[in-house]
Design a protein around this ligand. Structure first.
Ligand code: ITT
Length: 204
């Protein structure tokens, strides 16, 4: 069937399209349907994902999948967290957002890798037009490197080195970042949240 992917973020959209494709869904982007971007007034990833999914399901009359995600830096008390997109400013300059994170880490004297722990969070919410919702959360933990490495991915990917890996998300193809090999639940926060969603809602 058709599924609205309730995001205006191109990087997320291509990743979610990869994840839903094997299940035979046709992903329709919120942008292509001209759906408005609701204001993200929630105080948690889950609340913001729900708000976006409900708005898209109501406006389109189709099931809608929304993703609210971000990077939580332990030494910064979890910032930028739900404000990860907003730290890039109106021109969506993630070079600037990453420099900002790095400057704050330097101010804290966070030089050793242990002091540079961070994790990505993704909350996925599927909303049906009748108001039913299901929400799933995935996380991936790792270390922030400086300078950023790699041109792949989006957002904060070039400075995030997942635990146990030698390459940053910016140096991984989408397939590698998903990490959904046979018997694996995924590597990225988004792929992990999607695995939970698929198991609960899509697999017999
Ligand atoms: P939508 O609300 O339209 O989906 P958005 O970019 O505003 O798009 P969020 O509010 O969820 O989405 O912001 C999440 C930000 O966190 C996003 O802009 C990225 O910068 C960052 N982020 C999330 N997942 C990421 C990933 O896999 N790799 C790198 N950065 C990521």
């Amino acid at each position: 069937g058709r599924l609205v992917v309730a995001t205006h973020n191109k990087g997320k959209l291509v990743e979610i399209e990869d994840l839903v494709r094997p299940y035979g869904f046709e992903a329709v982007s919120a942008g292509s349907l001209g759906l408005p971007e609701p204001e993200e007034t929630g105080t948690t990833f889950e609340a913001n994902a729900e708000l976006k999914a409900r708005a898209a399901a109501e406006a389109s009359g189709l099931p809608a999948l929304a993703d609210d995600s971000g990077l939580a830096v332990t030494a910064l008390g979890g910032d930028p967290g739900i404000y990860s997109a907003r730290w890039a400013g109106p021109d969506k300059d993630f070079g600037r957002a990453m420099r900002n994170v790095e400057e704050l880490l330097q101010q804290k004297g966070a030089v050793a890798p242990e002091a540079r722990h961070a994790y990505f969070v993704a909350a996925l919410c599927l909303a049906w037009p009748d108001g039913h919702i299901e929400t799933f959360r995935g996380e991936v933990h790792g270390t922030l490197v400086w300078p950023p490495r790699g041109e792949l991915g989006f957002g904060y990917d070039p400075m995030f080195l997942p635990e146990g890996e030698t390459r940053t998300f910016g140096e991984m193809t989408r397939e590698e970042k998903h990490g959904r090999g046979p018997g694996r639940d995924g590597l990225s926060h988004r792929a992990r949240a999607f695995s939970l969603f698929a198991r609960a809602c899509l697999e017999p």
